[in-house]
Design a binder for this molecule. Structure first.
Ligand code: PLP
Length: 339
């Protein structure tokens, strides 16, 4: 089936690989594969590259010279936006909320270090992850305009806009092309705002797949908010693509069981998941998103919800640079020993 192709820049490495995880599969039962969205390119990759590939078409048309955006201190979105700006010959100004880290940092680490190396101007906002920094962004945009710049604002909502859902319909098309004629039974993905899940689920519906998409809430938003985003974003994306399929609320699967105390806070199961995938198949996942999602996948296999006969695709949405900012979660007192 041909789905309409909208304009995109071509800044990412697509298609991303789909790899088998044979050792993890033999430990957990089902056949598990990983879609390497951490290999999309742009300064260590992640799911935002696909999204920016569509979103920045407008910035290029408007001949903008600076991308302004916002998120948390260890934001993957901010890092990938900075990388896109650099690749496109622009500058990046980041307004980063302290969120789960509470305080303004005193040294660069993880994503923040990469933002700095790529030349982003970083300003810090002492704000929670669910507070809205729009007015601060608007003010900085005005400040830059007065200096003669032509800034392009990417508000928080940009990362979840319908075009970003279109981007993940593409990912589902890639998965189908890479699945060697045997459709996946399940796709498991981290749900932050929800547009990645929206695109995958919409793609599965448009392509009439049996594949069920399971979002694991990472705790940045309430399940009802994510569901609203998915319903709205998938309806608008479908229209953009000239399709009629829509997602109803009861077709959206989101689990609230795995984020623990909250966004960015490790759980024993997320720490186990990081070590498990790394030591099984040398697959490095991140603490904030993919480890929570993987802890869900592991639990659903162990509970027998995912069956031995199932073929499962885990979406590695990226975020690995943040792992280094979480080094204290892996103390040297717990050294590996070969027996
Ligand atoms: C590594 C990683 N995984 C998953 C997500 C969540 O994506 P979405 O907001 O589309 O649910 C993000 C977004 O911030 C991310 O950085």
């Amino acid at each position: 089936m041909q789905i309409r192709q909208l304009e995109r820049i071509g800044i990412g490495n697509f298609p991303t690989p789909l790899e088998a995880l044979p050792r993890l599969s033999s430990k957990l039962g089902p056949r598990i594969f990983v879609k390497r969205e951490d290999m999309t390119g742009l300064a260590m990759g992640g799911n935002k590259v696909r999204k920016l590939d569509y979103l920045l078409v407008d910035a290029l048309k408007k001949k903008s010279d600076i991308l302004i955006t916002t998120s948390g201190l260890q934001s993957n979105w901010a890092r990938q936006t900075t990388a896109a700006a650099v690749k496109l010959g622009m500058k990046a100004l980041l307004m980063l909320r302290t969120a789960q880290f509470k305080e303004v940092p005193t040294s660069y680490d993880g994503n923040l270090l990469l933002d700095h190396l790529m030349g982003a101007e970083v300003r810090f906002l002492k704000m929670e992850i669910d507070s809205d920094p729009s007015s601060a962004l608007n003010a900085v945009s005005e400040e830059l305009k007065k200096k003669g710049h032509n800034p392009y604002l990417l508000h928080l909502s940009a990362a979840e806009s319908p075009l970003t859902t279109v981007a993940y319909v593409d990912a589902m098309k890639e998965i189908v092309g890479q699945s060697r004629g045997e459709e996946f039974d399940h796709v498991v993905v981290a749900a932050g705002g929800g547009s990645t899940q929206a695109g995958l689920a919409l793609g599965a519906k448009i392509l009439k797949l049996k594949t069920k998409v399971w979002g694991i809430n990472v705790g940045a938003f309430k399940k009802s908010t994510i569901t609203d985003t998915i319903v709205e974003s998938s309806a608008e994306a479908s229209e953009l693509l000239g399709e009629t399929e829509k997602l109803d609320r009861d077709e959206i699967n989101i689990s609230d069981e795995y984020f623990g105390e909250g966004y960015g806070i490790n759980t024993p199961a997320s720490l186990e998941a990081i070590k498990l995938t790394a030591s099984s198949d040398a697959l490095i996942i991140d603490p904030v998103y993919t480890a929570k999602a993987m802890s869900g996948l592991v639990d659903l296999c162990r509970k027998g919800f995912f069956k031995k006969s199932d073929k499962i695709c885990f979406i590695h949405t990226g975020g690995v640079p943040a792992l280094f900012a979480y080094r204290d979660s892996f103390p040297m007192s717990q050294q590996n020993k070969i027996d």
